[in-house]
Design a protein around this ligand. Structure first.
Ligand code: ATP
Ligand code: MG
Length: 627
């Protein structure tokens, strides 16, 4: 099937297109109307339909593939591998659901899940879905403050936490963080359900509040919990955005539209079907983890490989060993993840038999061409960029190899995904930007199925954050983009990441791309810093590859040369700071806003999503030392 034809149908006849897609999932009661759009931009897909995510992800596969692996949970931290068939998954989820019910959790109640990439995190999510409870998974690496903020926003009936996580062999007990978060929260839940892996031998138990999952699991080992049939537009889960640009937003997802979008994207984008294996390196706490570690693969009857551990532990070949061991067909990771490997010897990419691997998808951040080229050459596999947001839940821009693979253009995530009516809008005039002209990437509503329905408990914030930027009612992605003559879209960075040098508007992304072409550079962040003469000047913070012959000074002058050669003198960075680490969010995104604040001697602002505070300190010291 030609992409162009299917895409056109999805835009010109959305109801016909989505009615057909809806057949890919099970409905207890079929939708009464495919689209209800009486209160724009709010929309209701598959209105009146009754369905359930857990039923579609688990129960409906029992007959045909009960003994097939549903989940393989590998931890290089605990040294364990758990292989879970669909039948076993069904068992575990029913038991977990019974435990939730015994704690008074029911339809519409929120449940915060604070766990690392372990099988029970998946059981917990699916158990919530089964009984109609709304899960909100909080990344296990977040500290007490972040957890408390999300608890206060979601007001959960229950918090489910692991006893501890591990990172690089170090045990990080969760219990003290949970206790701190609940002490700080305004509306703490009455119970905390602790799933222990025996990593924290002596957790301080709060009588009456904390509940150990082990005895509940034993008590409900044979329990059968019926699926709660939900109207398609009831909330399925909440997920907070990464907080790269400010206070995280509680993205709310529906049931039916999400299930249908998952089924479609697994087939058309990720090219994974029943019985095939997908490995996403994401944490379950991120949007990719929800969609492509849990719901997507399970909804289509595939096997999901879940990995807890560093990409370099026990050695930098671990991801590829897992691909070889389990016959992974599609792998999904992030540019940040690949840049970690790029610091290491490329020979690690060649050590394992990757015959079964067809595609490597990358998303979450701009994929710079040198990184794409490095991994593409190293693996000898197609690298497929895909652009999306927590808000959208599934790719907005990508190539669709499961449908019709168009040529890869490095630097572009590709073409509009099915159902997405995308435009690039001139920020000032509000008119459509011509090919080659820079503008803001927007989605013309109604947003397709799978995308957020609103901001949790805050319709007003949904409207003001996303739909109030233009005269026309349009969803702003808050990202800059440019489209070429072939319709490929290039993402130029966030709308608040533009540098204005003496009247020239430069995307930080463009300069970062250019700096990254220097062979010694592992990763670069460019920010605009106030300058009395020029308004703003670009400043570079960069890390170097391990095996470089360059000194920081020679690398820095090489970087400047790259920018001047490729973008011209106007883009020449004013200063280059070579550092050992760059500040990132816990999801691996560069925190440019805090670097910019440091460089302008301002308060770096909300750092609650910062991964490694040491990295920011180092940049501060580098600024004090001078370039
Ligand atoms: P917040 O919205 O709270 O500031 P965030 O935008 O980092 O956080 P996410 O939803 O995790 O939260 O990230 C989505 C953003 O990541 C996109 O809007 C875009 O800026 C960037 N992004 C994702 N994938 C790509 C990609 N393939 N190419 C370029 N940028 C990407
Ligand atoms: Mg965002």
């Amino acid at each position: 099937m030609r992409y162009e034809d299917v895409y056109r149908q999805s835009i010109e006849d959305p109801e016909g297109f989505w009615a057909e897609q809806a057949r890919a999932i099970d409905w207890h009661v079929p939708p009464q109307r495919i689209l209800e759009y009486t209160d724009p931009p709010f929309r209701r897909w598959f209105a009146g339909g009754l369905t359930n995510l857990c039923h579609n992800a688990v129960d409906r596969h029992l007959a045909a593939r009960g003994d097939q692996l549903a989940l393989v949970a590998v931890s290089s931290e605990t040294g364990t591998t758990r292989k879970i068939s669909y039948r076993q998954l069904h068992r575990e989820v029913n038991t977990f659901a019974a435990a939730l019910k015994s704690l008074g959790v029911g339809r519409g109640d929120r449940v915060v899940v604070y766990m690392p990439n372990m099988a029970e995190a998946v059981f917990a999510m699916l158990a919530c879905a089964r009984i109609g409870a709304v899960h909100s998974v909080v990344f296990g690496g977040f500290a007490a403050h972040n957890l408390a903020l999300r608890i206060d926003d979601a007001k959960p009936k229950l918090l489910i936490a692991a006893d501890a996580g591990m990172r690089g062999g170090r045990v990080i007990p969760y219990k003290p963080l949970v206790d701190q978060a609940l002490a700080a929260a305004v509306s703490p839940p009455p119970h905390v359900l602790i799933v222990s892996r025996g990593l924290d031998p002596d957790p301080a138990w709060v009588q009456g509040r904390d509940v150990d999952y082990a005895p509940l699991r034993a008590r409900y080992e044979d329990a059968e919990v019926p699926v709660e049939w939900l109207e398609s537009n009831e909330p399925s889960y909440l997920l907070y955005t990464s907080g790269t640009t400010g206070k995280p937003k509680g993205v709310q997802r529906d049931v039916g539209g999400y299930a249908v979008a998952m089924a479609l994207s697994m087939r058309a984008v990720y090219d994974v079907g029943p019985g095939q294996v997908m490995f996403s390196t994401s944490d379950v706490g991120w949007a990719v983890g929800h969609s492509y570690n849990v719901y997507g693969p399970l909804i289509v009857g595939a096997t999901s490989l879940l990995y807890e551990g560093l990409p370099t532990n026990p050695d930098p070949g671990i991801w590829w060993k897992l691909c070889a061991d389990y016959g992974v067909r599609t792998m999904f990771s992030s540019p940040t993840g690949i840049r970690v490997l790029k610091k290491q010897d490329g020979a690690w990419l060649k050590k394992h038999d990757l015959t079964a691997l067809k595609w490597l998808f990358l998303a979450g951040e701009p994929l710079d061409e040198p990184t794409a080229q490095w991994i593409s050459d190293g693996l000898g596999k197609p690298i497929i960029d895909n652009y999306w947001q927590t808000e959208t839940g599934w790719p907005v821009l990508t190539l669709l190899p499961g449908l019709d693979l168009k040529p890869v253009k490095f630097g572009s995530p590709g073409l509009p995904n099915l159902g997405y009516k995308l435009r690039v809008i001139d920020e000032v005039t509000g008119a459509d930007a011509a090919a080659g002209q820079k503008g803001v990437l927007v989605i013309e509503p109604p947003l397709p199925p799978g995308c957020m329905t609103t901001v949790w408990n805050d319709d007003q914030r949904f409207l003001s954050s996303y739909f109030s930027h233009f005269k026309e009612l349009l969803y702003s992605s808050l990202d800059w983009a440019v489209r070429d003559e072939d319709g490929y879209t290039f993402i130029l960075g966030r709308t608040d990441d533009v540098i204005n040098v003496a009247g020239h508007r430069l995307g930080t992304r463009e300069i970062e791309e250019s700096v990254a072409t220097h062979p010694s550079v592992a990763e670069a962040a460019v920010v605009g810093v106030h300058d009395a003469l020029k308004g703003q000047v670009p400043v570079v913070f960069a890390t170097l590859r391990q095996a470089t012959a360059d000194t920081p000074e020679s690398a820095a002058s090489g970087m400047l040369q790259c920018v001047v050669d490729q973008l011209g003198g106007v883009a020449r960075p004013a200063r280059v700071y070579v550092v050992n680490a760059l500040p990132k969010t816990r999801s691996g995104k560069l925190l440019r806003r805090s670097l910019q604040a440091l460089a302008e001697d301002r308060d770096p602002g909300d750092l609650s999503t910062l991964d490694d505070p040491g990295a920011l300190d180092e940049c501060r010291r580098a600024l004090e030392r001078g370039p």
